[in-house]
Design a protein around this ligand. Structure first.
Ligand code: SF4
Length: 306
C-alpha cells in the first residue's frame, strides 16, 4: 500500500480508509501538536506528487476489499497541497459508495481552485484552532507567506459555497490556545460561517513538541459550555473491530505505524489483530529497532522508526 492505510479507527469517523497523497511530511503549517513530528517540507505550492491513476486504483481496490465506513484524505500533511485531490474525489464518488472526507487545516481555502476541489467531498473537516493571527502563529506556526485574515475569509467563503457537511475541528493545547480570549475569537469567526457541528479536540497522541500538553476532560467540558449546542468533545474510539486474517500482521502493523502512532487497542480495532498477537508483533518490531514505545498521558503508543 503506497497511498492508503487502514482502515484505521478514527475517533470521529468510525472505520476509515486513510488516503495519503503527500510525501512525508509536507504541510503548509507546523503545528505544535502534530503527531507526525516537525514539518520537514513547509510549503504552500500545490503539486501532483504521484501518478493519479495509480493512487485512484489503490483507493478503489482497498475500498472494495475492506468496505470501510469512510474514505478520508489526511495523512502526511495538508491534503489540499495535492492538486489531484479534486479529480481523485470525483472519480472515487463515481465508483464506490463510501462517503469521502477531507481533513484540512484550512490554510489554502483562500484559493478558489482549492475550494472547487474540496466541494466534491461529502464531508470537510476544517481546522480552526486559533481565532487571531497571534494564536495562529503560536499553535499552528504557518508558512510565512500565509495570511490569517485571508485564510479565514476563504474558510467562510467555502462554508457558503459547499453543500456538504462541515465539521469544524478545534484542537486545544493547554496554556497555548485554551484561553477565553482565543475561544471568543474563534466563536466570532464561527458566527460568520455555516457549519454542521464543532468538534473540540486536544493533544491525544504524542505531539511534535513536548510542550504541547492535553487539557483534562473537565477542562474540555468547561470550554465546551461556551460553544453552541452542536459541539462535541471528541471521545475515545470504541467501535467494534473488523476481523481480517492474521496473514502479514507484521507488515500491516508497520504500515499503519508509519502513518500515525497507535496504541494496542487502536491496532486491534482497526486492523482486526487481536491484542495478544499485536503485543507479540510489537515486541519483535521493537527488538529489531523498527518501532518504539512512547508514553503520552495515560496511554502507551507505538511509533515507527522507519
Ligand atoms: S497537524 Fe496536520 S496541519 Fe498541523 S502540521 Fe501536522 S499535518 Fe500539518
Amino acid at each position: 500500500m503506497n497511498y492508503t492505510y487502514g482502515p484505521v479507527p478514527s475517533r470521529r469517523l468510525g472505520f476509515s480508509l486513510g488516503v495519503d497523497i503527500l510525501p512525508y511530511k509536507t504541510c503548509t503549517i507546523d503545528c505544535l501538536f502534530c503527531q507526525l513530528g516537525r514539518t520537514s517540507n513547509l510549503t504552500i505550492e500545490r503539486g501532483s506528487f504521484f501518478p493519479k491513476e495509480d493512487v485512484l486504483s489503490e483507493i478503489l481496490t482497498l475500498a472494495r476489499r475492506e468496505n470501510p465506513d469512510y474514505i478520508t484524505f489526511s495523512g502526511s500533511g495538508e491534503p489540499a497541497l495535492n492538486s489531484d485531490i479534486g479529480w481523485l474525489i470525483r472519480e472515487i464518488k463515481k465508483e464506490v459508495p463510501q462517503k469521502v472526507v477531507v481533513l484540512t487545516n484550512s490554510t489554502l481555502l483562500w484559493m478558489p481552485e482549492v475550494r472547487e476541489d474540496l466541494k466534491a467531498a461529502d464531508i470537510v473537516v476544517p481546522s480552526l484552532d486559533a481565532g487571531t493571527d497571534e494564536y495562529w502563529q503560536k499553535v499552528n506556526r504557518p508558512h510565512p507567506d500565509l495570511e490569517f485574515d485571508r485564510m479565514i475569509e476563504g474558510l467562510i467563503a467555502f462554508s457558503r459555497e459547499f453543500s456538504g457537511e462541515i465539521w469544524v475541528e478545534i484542537l486545544l493545547v493547554k496554556g497555548v490556545n485554551d484561553t477565553q480570549e482565543n475561544t471568543d475569537a474563534v466563536l466570532s469567526i464561527l458566527s460568520r460561517m455555516r457549519y454542521t457541528k464543532i468538534q473540540l479536540n486536544t493533544v491525544v497522541r504524542p505531539p511534535s513538541e513536548k510542550s504541547a500538553v492535553a487539557l483534562s476532560q473537565e477542562e474540555m467540558e468547561i470550554i465546551a459550555e461556551r460553544f453552541p449546542p452542536n459541539t462535541e468533545i471528541v471521545s475515545t474510539f470504541q467501535k467494534r473491530g473488523k476481523h481480517v486474517s492474521a496473514h502479514g500482521d507484521c507488515e500491516r502493523i508497520l504500515a499503519a505505524l508509519a502513518r500515525r502512532p497507535m496504541t494496542i487497542n487502536d491496532i486491534e480495532q482497526s486492523l482486526g489483530i487481536p491484542a495478544e498477537r499485536a503485543e507479540e508483533v510489537l515486541k519483535k518490531l521493537t527488538a529489531e529497532d523498527k518501532a518504539r514505545k512512547t508514553i503520552h498521558g495515560q496511554d502507551v503508543f507505538f511509533e515507527s522508526l522507519k
